[in-house]
Ligand binder design. Sequence first.
Ligand SMILES: Nc1ncnc2c1ncn2[C@@H]1O[C@H](COP(=O)(O)OP(=O)(O)OP(=O)(O)O)[C@@H](O)[C@H]1O
Length: 139
Amino acid sequence: MAGNKTLTIIKPYAVKNGNLGAILHKIEESGYRFAAIKTLKLDKHEAEAFYQEHKGKPFFDDLTDFMSSGPITAAILEKENAVADFRFLIGATDPNNAKEGTIRKMFATSKTQNAIHGSDSDESADRECDFFFSKRERL
Ligand SMILES: Nc1ncnc2c1ncn2[C@@H]1O[C@H](COP(=O)(O)OP(=O)(O)OP(=O)(O)O)[C@@H](O)[C@H]1O
């Protein structure tokens, strides 16, 4: 059975440009409960650790530079079928391919500056929730 939890990150550009509130509102009105939330800044090493599965790919350096370039907001979201439904809500990685009404269509500007992250499996969600939140930070 699919899990009921996913991890999201509102990425630096979206936070810097004042879209944080609008994105969080869109998530909440789509039926997700915020089980934990924090704003922080990753250093380059932490961004590399978070995206370790992409190490060695041509975009890895740009991706981790970007993800460590400014404040991000990380949150644990709860809802039935959270991982798959949230991937649908955020849309395609490249905003040019994202459907109308998706968060990336509304707020992303490029494949790197694509506004938001969502876990791609229940296993990734578990790992990513542990990456950002201790047990006592979860509601
Ligand atoms: N071909 C590519 N060129 C440039 N950047 C890329 C490319 N593929 C992925 N990326 C960047 O790496 C990030 C992680 O890639 P992944 O394949 O996990 O996409 P995603 O699951 O849609 O994004 P995220 O993990 O951030 O939610 C993407 O958000 C994007 O910024």
